[in-house]
Design a protein around this ligand. Structure first.
Ligand code: SAH
Ligand code: SF4
Length: 353
């Protein structure tokens, strides 16, 4: 069985040609896939019956993921879906920002997962604490976006942004992740602008370098969390092969190659990595390299971590800004429905009861 959402447009063309049909038939599949969201071949009546039958016979399916649960936050801005895949299920989140409108529509950012669980074991992250379960296939990543695209389309809205910040480490599932990115950004695929996508990584430098070579205008976010290796290893136990210095260098190479400014994510934990001394160390590490720091006050989901006081968050930010390091504090969304950073786990069923 192969889900048609797995195929790049060029592969779709090759498929119909190999089946003895003219090239243009590929577009008669691609257009509905990405604009009408069919559930089966009967939903694409414009395709010749024989081609539909040939596809079914050859084991092709359409969108195998099924929505089984939906939770919406009280303010309506955050929606979490549970999608049933063949052997597992995955959560995906839509965050809307009613205050920032683009052409009259709210900014609608989908946060996708690339793995179930994660092998990196970050001590403050709920996904990391559940361990690694499985890699998601490209079509399972694409499906997460498609499901929300359909929901948004019914409201006359659309997906404006995509972040790879759900469960898992994108660089540890590189091939499937990048296939999904190519389908989602292809102008004959989903057609989302490359600049509207951000991939967040724990700092796997080989993956960062590979991404830089893709010739895509994708945004990169690197989860740094500490300005030195000693502290970082306590928070990211598998950081070993990628030192802070190596990560900063990989970020610089990414910027040089793509022209896209890199964001460093920094989860702030009270008494762990939020002191003024550490802020100064971080500032001198990043000073002058043109990158941006996104401070994320921790969501207490795993371990015994606490969010710093507002006062120490502001102080930390001030030290970075004073050193000329561009810095923002992330506004969390969806905490009450366990949809915020580090809260994604497959126990949605329990949490919704
Ligand atoms: N594996 C990738 C992408 C998924 S995590 C990565 O680590 O970058 C997305 C973001 O959520 C990362 O910046 C991560 O550090 C952050 N995060 C994880 N657990 C968190 C928590 N408990 N509170 C706040 N942010 C968290
Ligand atoms: Fe994995 Fe990212 Fe969580 Fe670390 S923070 S365990 S890399 S998902």
């Amino acid at each position: 069985m192969t889900d048609l959402y797995r195929l790049l447009p060029e592969e779709m063309e090759q498929l119909v040609i190999d089946m003895g049909y003219p090239r243009y038939r590929a577009d008669q599949i691609l257009l509905p896939l990405y604009y009408q969201f069919p559930k089966n071949f009967e939903d694409i009546p414009q395709l010749p019956k024989q081609l539909r039958e040939d596809l079914i016979e050859a084991g092709y399916t359409i969108g195998s993921a099924k929505e089984t649960h939906r939770i919406v936050s009280e303010d309506g801005d955050t929606t979490k879906l549970l999608l049933q895949l063949s052997e597992t299920s995955v959560e995906t989140v839509l965050m809307q920002y009613s205050s920032s409108k683009i052409g009259g529509h709210p900014r609608s950012t989908i946060c996708v997962s690339t793995q179930i669980g994660c092998a990196m074991g970050c001590v403050f992250c709920a996904t990391g604490q559940m361990g690694f379960e499985t890699n998601l296939a490209a079509e399972d990543i694409v499906s997460q976006v498609i499901h929300f695209a359909e929901i948004l389309q019914q409201r006359g809205e659309h997906v404006t942004n995509l972040v790879f910040m759900g469960m898992g480490e994108p660089m540890a599932n590189y091939d499937e992740m990048i296939r999904a990115v190519k389908i989602l950004t292809h102008d004959r695929g989903f057609g989302l602008g490359q600049r509207h996508i951000t991939i967040s990584t724990i700092g796997i430098t080989s993956g960062i370098d590979k991404l830089a070579e893709e010739n895509l205008q994708i945004g990169l976010a690197i989860s740094l969390h500490a300005p030195n290796n000693e502290l970082r290893k306590k928070l990211v136990p598998t950081a070993g092969p990628n030192s802070v210095e190596d990560i900063i260098d990989a970020g610089r190479r990414y910027f040089e190659k793509t022209g896209r400014r890199v964001t460093f994510e920094y989860a702030l934990m009270a008494g762990v990595n939020d002191s003024p001394e550490i802020a100064k160390e971080l500032a001198s590490l990043l000073e002058g390299n043109g990158s941006h720091v996104n401070l994320i006050p921790i969501n207490p989901t795993a371990g015994n971590f606490k969010r710093p006081t507002q006062e120490s968050i502001i102080k930390f930010e001030q030290i970075l800004s004073d050193a000329g390091v561009n810095c923002t504090v992330r506004v969390e969304k969806g905490t009450e429905i366990s949809a915020a950073c580090g809260q994604l786990r497959t126990d949605i069923v329990n949490s919704s009861k």
